[in-house]
Design a protein around this ligand. Structure first.
Ligand code: AKG
Ligand code: FE2
Length: 246
C-alpha cells in the first residue's frame, strides 16, 4: 500500500490541462474556465475527501454554524502534491502577484437530492471573519465542479444580479431558457470552473457577486471552493502539507 502510494506520488506530474477561458462579465469580473481539473485530479479529490464529509456550516455572529440555508456536506482538502498542483494553477490564473499563503485550504462541497446553498456572498460582511489572522476578506473565488453524476438535474450556480451572456454558444454552459430576470445560472459541468472577484477596487464586498447553489433535484454534485484572501492567511488556518495518502 505504502509502496503503491509512493509510486503514485513519484509518478504524479503536475501538468496544467489545456484551459479554455471565456469572459462572462467585466463588472463584477466573472470568467468561465473549461477543463480546470483533469480526470485524475477529480478522482483524487473525491477519494481523499469521501470519508471526511460533514454537514456544512455558515459564518454567523455566533461563529460557524449549521443552517437551513446550506444543507450540503463539506470538508477541507488536505494539502498534498495533487492539491498543491491545483492551487498553483489557481495562483497562476490570477497572475504572479498573489502569494500561495493567501489561499485558504481547498474546500469540497457535496450535495445530494434536495440539498442547496441559498443566496449568499463569499466575501464576509462580519469583520470577525476578515481579520488579519484570516488574511482579510475573500478577494476572489473559484467554484469548480468536481463531480456531476449522469442523472444530475438542478444544482446550477445562480447569480441573480448578473445578466446572462447572449450568444447561443453559451447554452451548454449556462441556462438559456430561464427568465432573464432570474439572472445568470451556470449548469454544473464536471471539470469546469467559475472564477470571480468578490471585492470592488476599494476593497469593499461587491453585492453583485451574490449567488446560490440551486437545489440538486436528482443525482449528486460535488463542487470545490478555492478562496484567495487579500493577504497571507495564518499558518494555523493553512496547516501543514500531508503526504499523498489514499
Ligand atoms: O454549489 C454551488 O453551485 C455554489 C456553492 C457556493 O457558492 C459556495 O460553496 O460558496
Ligand atoms: Fe459561494
Amino acid at each position: 500500500m505504502i509502496a503503491e502510494s509512493r509510486s503514485y506520488a513519484s509518478a504524479f506530474e503536475c501538468v496544467d490541462p489545456p484551459l479554455r477561458v471565456h469572459k462572462v462579465s467585466s463588472s463584477p469580473l466573472i470568467i468561465y474556465i473549461q477543463n480546470f481539473l483533469t480526470l485524475n485530479e477529480r478522482a483524487h479529490l473525491q477519494r481523499v475527501s469521501e470519508p471526511k464529509f460533514r454537514r456544512s456550516v455558515v459564518a454567523s455572529h455566533e461563529g460557524a454554524q449549521r443552517s437551513d440555508i446550506r444543507t450540503s456536506q463539506s470538508t477541507d482538502v488536505p494539502r498534498d502534491v495533487v492539491t498543491r498542483c491545483i492551487q498553483q494553477r489557481a495562483l497562476r490564473f490570477q497572475g504572479f502577484d498573489v502569494l500561495e499563503e493567501q489561499l485558504e485550504p481547498l474546500q469540497l462541497v457535496k450535495y445530494g437530492q434536495g440539498e442547496r446553498y441559498d443566496f449568499h456572498t463569499d466575501w464576509l460582511a462580519d469583520p470577525q471573519y476578515s481579520t488579519s489572522f484570516n488574511g482579510g476578506n475573500r478577494m476572489t473565488s473559484f467554484f469548480v465542479y468536481v463531480h456531476v453524476s449522469n442523472d444530475t438535474t438542478g444544482g446550477g450556480t445562480n447569480f441573480p444580479l448578473v445578466a446572462p451572456p447572449k450568444d447561443e454558444r453559451w447554452c451548454g454552459l449556462v441556462e438559456c431558457d430561464q427568465p432573464y430576470a432570474n439572472g445568470l445560472t451556470f449548469r454544473p459541468v464536471e471539470g469546469n470552473a467559475i472564477f470571480w472577484e468578490n471585492l470592488t477596487p476599494s476593497g469593499l464586498g461587491d453585492p453583485r457577486t451574490e449567488h446560490a447553489g440551486l437545489p440538486v433535484i436528482t443525482g449528486t454534485k460535488i463542487g470545490m471552493n478555492i478562496w484567495t484572501r487579500q493577504a497571507p492567511v495564518s499558518e494555523e488556518v493553512r496547516r501543514q502539507d500531508v503526504p499523498l495518502d489514499f
